[in-house]
Write a protein that binds this ligand. Sequence first.
Ligand SMILES: [Cu+2]
Length: 219
Amino acid sequence: MKQGEKVRWYLLGMGNEVDLHTPHWHGETVTYDGTNTDVVELLPGSMKTVDMRAQNPGTWMFHCHVEDHMESGMMAVYTIYAPPTRPCPLAFVHGDFWNHPEQFTLTVKNLSDKRIQSLNLISEMMLAPQDLERPFNFEWPSNSPISPGQESTLEKTGIRADSAHSVRAWIFFPSLVKYEDGTTWPPLSEGECFGVIWPDAQHPTMLALPARQIEMNAD
Ligand SMILES: [Cu+2]
């Protein structure tokens, strides 16, 4: 979610008499039944709807407050993204990852007013909604200079066609842009600036990267 958004959470309890859950948020409070709280009670087979005003950027825990449920891993995170405070140095114009999966191409455009000397990108695959995975060989370095406003096409050895078709989207973000004047653009946080390449050109834009789910327990 984005900072400033009003978010409605639908909470649904399942199970039997041991499933007395107390969903609890870090980072924000929610409004339930006219009160502000950071925890609500949820009986098995019941539902609650709560509203949150996302104001506090960060990645926050969302978990059940019952101790043995926490121990068993009833924990997740949610992320509130702050709006970008500075322009991106690059645009991700288009890429081919599905039509010719043996050879990937990605076209980027220099959005800055300085000539780019070199850049490095990090790629991630979206294998399912909300599921980003960093492939082996995830870096896309380029030493081709790009003038302001110009495009450049990067190439990389692709993957097997059957693997390529299980990828729903490719996501790129610059890890470093070096300009000819000696200055650099490193991201202030991962995903500050990113591009998503979908197999269908009409796909709606994604405004924020999906949050990575953090595995709290090794099981
Ligand atoms: Cu619980």
